[in-house]
Write a protein that binds this ligand. Structure first.
Ligand SMILES: NC(=O)c1ccc[n+]([C@@H]2O[C@H](COP(=O)([O-])OP(=O)(O)OC[C@H]3O[C@@H](n4cnc5c(N)ncnc54)[C@H](OP(=O)(O)O)[C@@H]3O)[C@@H](O)[C@H]2O)c1
Length: 263
């Protein structure tokens, strides 16, 4: 299937590893010109080199911490020098934070808000002038299944990821006047560094293998396995493509069936 994005320009933020990296790879494989960004300069440069080797095309990179407004401003300045218009923006920065309500003070709430919501808001604000120059701009934001099925002891990220769904639904309507579609992909448990690090830590504490811990994490998932980053990225690429031309304001679960609410 031709997704129709050959030659289009895409920016993936949070692309040095995990779902963001696989999204960048998927967009490249479909023929898009991909620029990537994440916080750590060494990591994002290495990711660009790996992508270039895998796809045989140049990948431009920029290091910016999106929890810092000045970094996002620098990212905007770099993009304005590099490209004339932006067709696709993917934001893949964020994560769950394990802590009970009673452990969280204002500073913890604000830090997680910047990580999961405000950083993405800043990136959208900074790239909007370039997205408006595209005939059909598309924004895809990584949310989380946890926003649709909140777990205890993850209150701060549950609340903020739910806020992202509201952001998507609001901006999808507001930006229609610019012909920009806005959607999000909500992953369930996906095997990225987040989970492998946790499995290794728990395996040492309990004296079992990391594989046994991953199997334990997988038990309540109807498909009985965790997702692979490329399985989440496939939905990101589809939503970013012209095959999803009538889809906006949506938050699509890709979670092996773990979040099963009726609404
Ligand atoms: N994995 C899961 O099970 C899961 C489940 C639900 C939702 N999600 C969501 O999916 C998205 C991607 O998750 P993932 O598991 O692929 O994450 P990951 O493997 O931890 O990768 C995160 C990426 O974001 C970059 N990053 C982190 N903080 C940043 C910052 N402040 N500014 C700029 N870049 C930053 C990291 O690179 P640097 O280290 O170079 O900064 C890395 O490239 C997140 O929004 C996450 O909440 C994941």
């Amino acid at each position: 299937m031709d997704l129709g994005i050959k030659g289009e320009t895409a920016l993936v933020v949070g692309a040095s590893e995990g779902i963001g990296y696989e999204s960048a790879r998927g967009l490249l494989e479909e023929g898009a010109e991909v620029l990537i960004c994440s916080r750590n300069a060494g990591k994002i440069e290495r990711a660009a080199r790996r992508l270039e080797q895998a796809c045989g095309r140049k990948v431009r990179w920029f290091a910016a911490d999106i929890t810092r407004a000045e970094d996002v401003g620098r990212l905007g300045g770099w993009l304005a020098r590099e490209i004339a218009a932006l067709d696709i923006l993917v934001t893949a920065v964020g994560g769950s934070q394990r802590a009970s309500f009673e452990e969280l003070d204002d500073a913890a709430w604000m830090a997680n808000y910047e990580f999961n919501v405000l950083g993405t808001v800043r990136v959208i604000r900074e790239t909007l002038p370039l997205l408006r120059k595209s005939a059909t701009g598309r924004i895809v934001i990584l949310g989380a299944a946890g926003a649709r099925m909140p777990y205890e002891n993850q209150v701060v990220s549950n609340v903020h990821k739910a806020g992202l769904i509201a952001l998507v639904k609001t901006l999808g309507a507001e930006f229609q006047k610019y012909n920009i579609r806005v959607n999000s992909v909500s992953p369930g448990r996906t095997l990225t560094a987040l989970w492998t690090t946790r499995a290794e830590k728990l395996s040492k504490e309990r004296g079992v293998t990391p594989e046994a811990i991953i199997e334990e994490f997988s038990r309540e998932i109807p498909m009985k396995r965790m997702g692979r980053p490329e399985e989440i990225a496939a939905m990101v690429v589809f939503l970013a493509s012209h095959k999803a031309s009538y889809v906006t304001c949506q938050s699509i679960l890709v979670d092996g069936g773990i979040a099963r609410g009726l609404i």
